[in-house]
Design a protein around this ligand. Sequence first.
Ligand code: PLP
Length: 368
Amino acid sequence: MSIQFGPDYVRAIAPYQGGKPISEVAREFGLNEADIIKLASNENPLGMPESAKQAMQQAMADIGRYPDANGFALKATITAKYGVPADWITLGNGSNDILELATHAFVQPTQEVIYAQYSFAVYALATQAVGARAIVVPAKNYGHDLAAMANRITADTRLIFIANPNNPTGTFLPAADIEAFLKVVPQHIVVVLDEAYNEYLVSELQYDSIAWVRQYPNLLVSRTLSKAYGLAGLRIGFGIAQPAVTDLLNRIRQPFNVNSLAQAAAIAALNDMPFLQRSAQINADGYRQLTQAFDAMDLEYVPSYGNFVLVRVGSDEGAGARVNLALLKQGIIVRPVGNYGLPQWLRISIGLPEENAAFIDALKKVLA
Ligand SMILES: *Cc1c(COP(=O)(O)O)cnc(C)c1O
């Protein structure tokens, strides 16, 4: 018998399945990279902002040196934007880093982490990585059932993940529901409010989660530069929480977890409001384009508040995988979500108008 390394709970982890890279699909299906359209990882179809590119070019001059381990300048930008002091901020190598730091800092093996069915795959990974018990609470209308989640709190609960808007379903929890939830969660349990798609919310739905951070010492809000800010490849996100939580996250993070190009680009992007507005507008237009097509094709979809749409492409358990493969052959990469327990569905990231149109044409052919 071969030697088994590591604890059982690490061997039990199913590897993360990301969106297929364009280069891999080109190799597998004999296509030209230039002809492939990727709508699979909720990236910004505009790419990075020009302001961030220029900031990185300047930062290149110092790339021989280690980055600022404390991210002084970036934290000052976050302070100016969100009104929180530097010791309330944790910088992460993507917000993924913040989610993982949270389980490592606050949860021991066999303690419990609560999250919703059909929520971000990283919650399961981060929970399993520390040998904690995952309490997966059934979704309600594809979104979080906060009342049911509150009911599952026990003496062993240490952390709760909430994504708003949620990925992969795109559902949204109104501010009042989250606030009511925060009121009933015991204060020794950390609540991670993952706001990766916050910048896509229309102003009527925006809410002041930073005010909640001031009120609730157990609340950790996470934000990312990977989506609306167009910097997914750089890996930069941040968490905002009161010092008692932030201090622990900063003790266990790698000292240089955010590289200097990412820090420079993030400062520029966070200040680039025209880019953010353009991203939101392209997204709103693309959402209309996709959902009108789904309506015309009589396809069910979950109304989305993010930069992607979950659409049901068939009624049998093989539908998502089958339609996904047929789309790949036509050079369209979307995200199958069978691993989320949604085998009849595909998640489509909203692209540029011509990318959305090419996807819609391909989908029509595949389903004909
Ligand atoms: C994309 C996404 C993130 C962001 O991940 P990064 O590591 O910042 O790129 C976080 N949470 C959710 C729910 C997401 O969909």
